[in-house]
Design a protein around this ligand. Structure first.
Ligand code: GLY
Length: 354
């Protein structure tokens, strides 16, 4: 038996969902241990684009209340993280130029006028005149790598316990709670939360239909004045970081747990971006990477009680993990403490897949 530990809550997964939930629970006075099998914030959280795209017309409509709640929570969430960590998490852009096909414009209730090509060019001087339709969205973006630095520090400053290099071997029922085994620890806790992202179905807590959905991205160098907002179409997005870096994303691939970077896929992505923003074709490449989003069959997160008593799931955030972290932390805390969540979680219940 490993070293004995006791906590109120054990969270598996040291990504943005697990650590944000851990922080929220700590602020309610509960003791929290986060178990991360590799390094915290190095999987999907690190690979993310960082758009707070709550009003992206590609989002499932049933997700909107949770997205809007999270958007409302974001300023306080960032402030808290910055105050606790001492790290800055600057907002990198405040507007998105979103291309829509005509059908989507009529189907959406966004009620936002189309942007003229001249208006669009003001923020994106190199925009090609493709004849496509665009709208402006008042939507911010962040560099997720800023959060990756700050969030673990904030969690530790709040006296959370983070055990890296620590996989969960088993979770068993015990009197009034669970026992979680790791290679080195034997932890008694009142509750266990599965925040394992794309790996959430691998924990053995019932057959969760979480599927890894691979995304490949690249960063190019482009002068900040050439792209001063996020440019997004259903096929690609370009996110300027305000410092000469522009992140271009992302592929959407059903390739299991493969995380290799494939040059032909990146080349197609950059070519697609280059059709709208020809400067991308000649821009130096700074970085390429791949990550795994936690996908679900209905495109909605999985938030709520697991089949095993005292166990919970908070996963399946697919393309919106960064945006949904504060609302997920809040509503999961409320649910676990027997309070009424700010947003109805019925559509996100794990039991919908049983
Ligand atoms: N959140 C951006 C993406 O999934 O590509």
């Amino acid at each position: 038996m490993g070293r004995p530990l006791v906590a109120d809550i054990v969270i598996a997964g040291g990504g943005i969902i697990g650590l944000s939930l851990g922080l929220e629970l700590r602020q309610r006075g509960l003791s929290v241990i986060v178990l991360e099998r590799h390094h915290a914030m190095q999987a999907a959280s690190w690979a993310a684009g960082g758009m707070l795209a709550g009003r992206d017309p590609e989002n499932p409509p049933t997700l909107l209340p949770l997205l809007l709640r999270s958007l409302a929570l974001y300023p306080a969430y960032l402030e808290r993280m910055q105050a606790l960590s001492g790290d800055a998490i600057p907002v990198r852009t405040r507007r998105t130029l979103q291309q829509l096909d005509a059908q989507k414009i009529f189907a959406t209730d966004l009620n936002i006028p189309l942007a003229s090509y001249q208006e669009a060019q003001f923020m994106v001087p190199g925009l090609a005149d493709t004849g496509e339709k665009f709208i402006w969205l008042e939507e911010a973006s962040l560099d997720p790598r800023d959060i990756c630095r700050a969030l673990p520090v904030a969690f530790l400053a709040e006296k959370g316990t983070l055990l890296e290099g620590t996989p969960v071997l088993s979770v068993e029922q015990a009197k009034d709670g669970v026992v979680v085994e790791t290679p080195r620890e034997h932890i008694h806790a009142a509750a266990f939360v599965n925040c394992c992202g794309a790996w959430a179905g691998e924990l053995g807590l019932g057959g969760l239909p979480v599927e890894p959905v691979k995304g490949q991205m690249a960063t190019i160098a482009l002068a900040p004045e050439r792209l001063r907002c996020v440019l997004r179409t259903p096929e690609f997005y370009a996110i300027p970081r305000g410092d000469g870096r522009v992140a271009i994303g992302a592929t959407v691939e059903h390739a299991g747990f493969d995380q290799t970077i494939q040059e032909p896929s990146i080349a197609v992505l950059l070519r697609t971006a280059g059709e709208f923003l020809p400067e991308v074709n000649d821009a130096p490449r700074l970085e390429s990477w791949a990550g795994l989003r936690p996908g679900t069959p209905d495109g909605l997160p999985i938030l709520g009680a697991a089949e095993m008593e005292h166990c919970w799931h908070a996963t399946g955030h697919y393309r919106n993990g960064v945006l949904l972290a504060p609302a997920t932390a809040l509503v999961m805390t409320q649910l676990m403490l027997g309070e009424t969540p700010d947003v109805s979680l019925d559509v996100f219940a794990p039991s919908r897949f049983v």
